[in-house]
Unconditional design. Structure first.
Length: 267
């Protein structure tokens, strides 16, 4: 597997500004390569949504550069499973606390300035060949793409909740506009409860993070084609994703569109 680290973003055909923000950070550490990827979508219809998404990205980039090395130093580990679990547990708790603190800061800013301001958050940490950790608020998404497509997040929307409860079909939810109604978002909600999952690290997969402007319109067949670039790598996949974004706009997508693609290291 060739190393992949790609961010593609587009304002879309209708919006006057791009409220999406994203980052990819990678570091060789005492426990091996760690890759962080995050995508945030400033909530459409809220003023200054781009400020929320940008603030979240800046805070987590600082966390990666300054706080993560401290956590690793506090939990000196080798590759024994028990010690791996210790460091993953510490990072998971720290990530959750960081997002809650950023949420409160944005929420306080909004209240002080009389504006509703918020953003989705979908982030992933890839730890060497050990595991992946995903944290998620809102309706951006994370996928793991190899020979099949695995969605790693569940949309926190009224539509998804009512579908899971059996109250409506997906078609009915779309007809009633439930897809666009978030149950929570960073900054705008009174409280947030991030979804957090830990899974094995798949060295044969390409991990994809994207905003709803991407996943809402993309075809499953086009997502599957991403796996073809596992051995081609960065340049071929970046061109493919840029072309795919242009096709989504032709197909009628008007919103901001952002997609990230990452693997953890060269193979």
């Amino acid at each position: 597997m060739k190393s992949i680290s790609i961010i593609c973003t587009d304002m879309g055909t209708k919006e006057l500004k791009n409220q999406d923000s994203a980052c990819i950070k990678r570091a060789k550490t005492s426990i091996g390569m760690i890759t962080m990827a995050i995508v945030c979508d400033g909530v459409n219809g809220m003023r200054q949504g781009e400020l929320a998404s940008t603030a979240i990205i800046e805070e987590f980039c600082t966390w990666f550069d300054r706080r993560l090395p401290v956590l690793l130093e506090e939990h000196i580990v080798d590759k024994e499973e028990r010690l791996w679990k210790d460091i993953i547990r510490a990072v998971k708790a720290d990530w959750k606390e960081k997002l809650e603190n950023v949420h409160q800061s944005i929420h306080n800013y909004g209240e002080a300035n009389g504006v509703a301001i918020g953003s989705t958050f979908t982030g992933i940490l890839l730890f060497e060949e050990f595991c992946s950790m995903v944290m998620h608020v809102g309706d951006s998404r994370a996928y793991k793409i190899s020979d099949c497509i695995e969605r790693l997040t569940t949309d926190q929307t009224l539509a998804e909740r009512e579908i899971e409860r059996g109250n409506v079909t997906r078609a009915e939810a779309r007809e009633h506009g439930m897809d666009n109604l978030l149950l929570q978002c960073v900054g705008a909600s009174k409280h947030i409860k991030p979804d957090m999952t830990i899974d094995y690290f798949d060295s044969e997969a390409i991990y994809i993070l994207c905003t709803d402007g991407f996943w809402r319109t993309v075809k499953e067949a086009d997502l599957k084609k991403i796996s073809l670039y596992r051995e081609i790598g960065q340049e071929g996949l970046e061109d493919y994703l840029k072309d795919l974004i242009e096709q989504l706009k032709i197909d009628g997508e008007e919103d901001n569109i952002t997609v990230l693609a990452v693997t953890n290291e060269d193979r």
